[in-house]
Design a protein around this ligand. Structure first.
Ligand SMILES: [Zn+2]
Length: 205
């Protein structure tokens, strides 16, 4: 019963419940775990949260999260600037990067088109993608949107925008379940999805 909790414990539980997938019972379990753990652990946890909030920003080129701008991937001269992997948001770029094997660079849209939620191309980093395509010698876009209705709509929009410019476009698909999220896909599934991407438009290489 919520009213039975001492105020400081209730406040922590309330904050934990704001986190994704954490319901009241899970929040209570986490709070009691912290209560029983050494004080130092709680101090380090709270400091880690604040440090992360203070230090992380968006890369001004690819919009991935980074502590330094431009990010390490944009600065790395060994990465292939001709190939951009276009993703909805930073966790997706991190997931593809963790899977390994991709040597191009990223472009994070920071969202996907959603007519229902009123998200249009102007809300995404499409203008910045135009700019990169024009100035960085980009030849190929790998579309790694989430397998959802909005992800599909976004992939279609990007395809229709850049195919006429002569870019090679491909979409990762193999092994990714509909309604799923790139962020939670295992490494093998993502590796298969990348290597098994299918051309949508563009020249044969
Ligand atoms: Zn970057």
């Amino acid at each position: 019963m919520a009213g039975a909790f001492p105020p400081s414990l209730e406040i922590l539980v309330t904050h934990l419940m704001k986190l994704p997938t954490i319901g009241r019972r899970s929040a209570e379990r986490l709070a009691f775990h912290l209560l029983k753990s050494p004080r130092e652990q709680s101090v380090e946890l709270s400091e880690a949260v604040v440090r992360m909030k203070d230090r992380l920003r968006r890369c001004s080129r690819c919009f991935n999260i980074t502590e330094d701008d431009p990010c390490a991937i944009c600065r790395d001269p060994s990465r292939d600037s001709k190939i951009l992997c276009v993703v909805e948001d930073a966790p997706d770029a991190l997931a593809v990067e963790s899977a390994g094997g991709f040597r191009g660079r990223y472009h994070v849209l920071e969202g996907c088109l959603s007519p229902l939620k009123g998200v249009t191309a102007g809300d995404l980093h499409i203008a910045e993608l135009d700019e990169r395509v024009a100035s960085e010698g980009v030849e190929e876009l790998i579309l790694a949107m989430n397998p959802s209705v909005d992800g599909e709509a976004t992939a279609l929009f990007v395809t229709q925008r850049y195919a006429p410019k002569g870019l090679r476009l491909s979409r990762i698909a193999l092994g990714l379940p509909m309604g799923g999220s790139l962020e939670y896909a295992d490494e093998q599934t993502l590796q298969h999805a990348l290597s098994g991407r299918t051309p949508i438009s563009g020249r044969e290489s």
